[in-house]
Design a protein around this ligand. Structure first.
Ligand SMILES: Cc1cc2nc3c(=O)[nH]c(=O)nc-3n(C[C@H](O)[C@H](O)[C@H](O)COP(=O)(O)OP(=O)(O)OC[C@H]3O[C@@H](n4cnc5c(N)ncnc54)[C@H](O)[C@@H]3O)c2cc1C
Length: 339
């Protein structure tokens, strides 16, 4: 496939919120060389640039007056190293296709991340995580195209400065690189991670005592389907806000006032609060405001009821932030990228 520069392209099919906005310029990229070809086109030189994977972690609040590059670089390859295996995947590979490939080949490590939407290339950007596992736990390295120079670079674990839903690509290096390939270090020994309560409960429910990676993947997938809205039927971008992390002193005071508070111990002196609970306590669960609202089963997920604009969803998210701050004195940070 070759990359073609298009003009005035609808982005509605390319964002899981289903927001109807347009890109001035748009191209899908299938290789590293495609990137150079498109960026050297006189029409787009000097234009703002947006890199898009599956569009499952973005909220468009207006048309994009620049070039949108959708990353479609394919391919998965493996290299066996004793009981470890290095799996390399093109940035455009659908994340869950990679997970299914690993599960089918008996490569353990990503099964808890089953069914997360999006692409491989975006997975290090916010260090995707679910059910007790984060991308950083299996990350080996990534290849990236430096936009300013056109030079390909390799970054290892330490370079990426991973944090909770965070990495260097969202901070110091924001907008500077296009990730073209990611390598994962997985294991051929099935040492599954089933610490997460909901996984254990579902395995017990199914009468499984010695879980395989396929069992874990299947259980995680079915839990997700039961809890989260499917973007193909109702527009959304998963959790809209991060779970706030606060200092223990502040937590103790809050806990005394709100004994039902849902929280997780994260590190010495720090506690993570369940943002969904805070939002629900402010009366937002299942609330519908015009064409937007929160998901009926999970207040952390904002949805498009069919014809929402990005501005409408954004304003609603502001309302939630204000309400949570007023009731709990806690600031909610958006996980979804605002555009
Ligand atoms: C129903 C649902 C459930 C979800 N559940 C989870 C979950 O459990 N855990 C979790 O962590 N996330 C979850 N998400 C969020 C989302 O799936 C992830 O953030 C995913 O990694 C986004 O991938 P994407 O390809 O769609 O990225 P996009 O939304 O296209 O892009 C996200 C950001 O990454 C940048 N980017 C994308 N690709 C590249 C690249 N190749 N190089 C450089 N920059 C790039 C974009 O510019 C943008 O800033 C969920 C989303 C939905 C809709």
């Amino acid at each position: 496939m070759t990359s073609v520069l298009q003009e005035h392209t609808s982005l509605q099919p390319f964002n899981t919120f289903g927001i109807p906005v347009y890109a001035h310029f748009f191209a899908e990229i299938f290789s590293e060389t495609d990137i150079g070809h498109i960026l050297q086109n006189d029409k787009v030189k000097g234009q703002p640039l947006l890199i898009l994977g599956g569009g499952s972690n973005v909220l468009f609040t207006r048309d994009y007056e620049g070039l949108v590059l959708k990353i479609g670089i394919p391919g998965i390859s493996t290299e066996q190293r004793g009981d470890r295996v290095l799996v390399r995947a093109g940035a455009g590979v659908v994340w869950n296709d990679l997970v299914m490939y690993c599960v089918q080949h008996g490569f353990a490590g990503v099964e808890n991340l089953s069914l997360i939407p999006g692409t491989v290339g975006a997975s290090p950007i916010q260090n995707i995580g679910a059910y007790g596992v984060e991308l950083k736990d299996v990350f080996h390295s990534c290849q990236a195209y430096e936009i300013a120079t056109g030079i390909m670079k390799t970054f290892d674990y330490a370079d990426c400065k991973f944090g909770y839903r965070d990495s260097i690509f969202k901070n110091e290096w924001k907008g500077q690189y296009i990730i073209t390939e990611v390598s994962f270090q997985l294991s051929t020994e099935a040492d599954v991670n089933i610490q997460y309560g909901a996984i254990q409960a579902e395995l017990t429910n199914r009468g499984i005592t010695k879980a395989t990676i396929a069992d874990v993947s299947d259980v995680v997938s079915s839990i997700r389907v039961s809890k989260l809205p499917d973007p193909s039927t109702i527009g959304n971008a998963g959790s809209f806000f991060k779970n706030p992390v606060i200092e223990r002193g502040k937590f103790e005071a809050m806990h005394a006032k709100f004994p039902e508070l849902v929280y997780y111990e994260v590190a010495e002196g720090l506690v993570k609060l369940a943002a969904g609970w805070l939002i629900e306590e402010c009366g937002f669960k299942g609330k519908v405001v015009g064409q937007t609202g929160t998901w009926k089963n999970q207040a952390l997920v904002l949805v498009n009821h069919g014809h929402a604009t990005g501005q409408e969803v954004y304003s609603f998210s502001e309302e939630i932030i204000k309400a949570v701050r007023a009731k709990f004195g806690v600031h909610l940070e958006r996980e979804v990228n605002m555009l």
